[in-house]
Design a protein around this ligand. Structure first.
Ligand SMILES: [Zn+2]
Length: 396
């Protein structure tokens, strides 16, 4: 990665040499000394001829004689890391720390960089210990906490991630939209997968208390209640989503229909709700769900009438697709053949549509991820819905 940075090594080393030289001058020694200069040149030569072990030894011996070269050594280790030579980066940073000649600030800096070396090497346990030791450091504490948070999320250690998030939240905005409620939902998902329902319920209650706008907690709660046959409670959780974030209404329509059916509720009540959602938000998915319900309850004719009105108000491919499907059930003869061709063409156009898009990096897909697989931001992937304008939007 960034190979050109390696070209800066001599510059970094030279800056150390000048710092050392000034240091000697300030101390009244007049000249940095032939021996010192020769040692630095020797170190650089080793470096340029890729004899890095010898270069490190040479620079390390200079380090013992002059503290002002320390930051140059730290930078040297960083350059090795950026170049992907993690072993050497670790060797330099570890060596610096073990020398015991660093002041508090230099030690914290070297430790932080060593933590990054470990992280890049996949040595998460070691990185966790290093960053854990830095969290109370006034200059490095926040950065160390951010690194720890990344480690805990990678390792799916959600309770530790929660502690970390609380501490970071007190220091300001979280870097990737991390939130305690999302981590509680992760814990609930784990408990649900293991059929530990009571535990899952407790996590979800905490998530809902932590963030009253947490759509995911209500969707999970509804899924859990439906699995237990508690459809009335599931319905209650589903209907809260609208007030939380209307962009996610399309996520509740299918489970909502199942709950209405299982509870033997009046189809008119469900159609009333779907009609309300469509009228309020102009949501294509609500219009299509209503068309399906009308077809079942009142026949094709009513469903077609409804879709005609939807197409006039909010034309979209999916609505057109639903319309051709209904018309196919009606038509015969030559017109039917033409209609089949039209239906297939619209099918192909619809196949390329995506359901979700990340509002942060633009990643898109057909599965709802609560953490974007591309940029790793939480709750950034939003449903792509055809709303009032008839165009795709994420209710931003
Ligand atoms: Zn993203």
């Amino acid at each position: 990665m960034q190979d050109w940075l390696f070209l800066l090594l001599p510059v970094a080393a030279a800056s150390g040499w000048f710092a050392a030289k000034n240091h000697y001058i300030q101390k009244g020694r007049g000249d940095p000394g032939q021996e010192f200069r020769q040692a630095y040149c020797r170190g650089l030569n080793y470096l340029l001829s890729e004899k890095t072990d010898k270069a490190i030894d040479t620079f390390a011996s200079l380090l013992e004689s002059d503290r002002e070269t320390i930051e140059t050594h730290i930078a040297l280790g960083n350059l090795f890391r950026r170049r992907g030579d993690l072993e050497r980066a670790i060797e330099i940073h570890e060596n610096l720390i073990q020398k015991g000649v660093l002041d508090t600030e230099q030690r914290a800096l070297a430790q932080y960089e060593l933590g990054l070396d470990y992280l890049r090497s996949g040595l998460f346990d070691r990185a966790e210990i290093i960053f854990g030791n830095l969290i109370d450091h006034p200059g490095r504490g926040r950065a160390a906490l951010q690194q720890l948070l990344a480690i805990f999320q990678h390792e799916k250690e959600w309770q530790k991630a929660i502690e970390c998030t609380r501490k970071l939240a007190r220091l300001g905005k979280l870097p990737h939209g991390e939130s305690v409620a999302q981590f509680l939902c992760e814990l609930a998902e784990e408990a649900l997968a293991a059929h530990r329902n009571e535990e899952a319920f407790q996590w979800l209650e905490q998530a809902r208390a932590e963030d009253t706008g947490c759509v995911r907690a209500n969707l999970l709660l509804a899924r859990m209640r439906m699995r237990d046959g508690l459809y009335e409670e599931a319905l209650l959780a589903l209907k809260q989503v609208e007030a939380q974030d209307p962009a996610y209404i399309q996520e509740i329509l299918e489970p909502l229909q199942i709950c209405y059916e299982r509870l033997n509720k009046s189809p008119a009540e469900l159609m009333g709700y779907l009609g309300y959602v469509y009228e309020t938000y102009g949501l294509e998915s609500a219009a299509l769900a209503l068309a399906r319900q009308l077809r079942t309850e009142r026949g094709n004719g009513r469903a077609i009438e409804h879709l005609q009105r939807v197409l006039e108000a909010h034309p979209s491919l999916k609505t057109l697709n639903a319309m051709t499907g209904l018309l196919l059930e009606e038509k015969n003869g030559a017109q039917r053949e033409a209609l089949i061709r039209l239906d297939r063409a619209i099918d192909r156009l619809c196949a390329g549509a995506v359901r979700y898009r990340c509002s942060h990096c633009g990643f898109s897909g057909n599965e709802l991820h609560w953490r974007c697989p591309s940029c790793r931001h939480w709750v950034a992937m939003r449903p792509v819905t055809a709303g009032r304008s008839g165009s795709a939007s994420g209710f931003q």
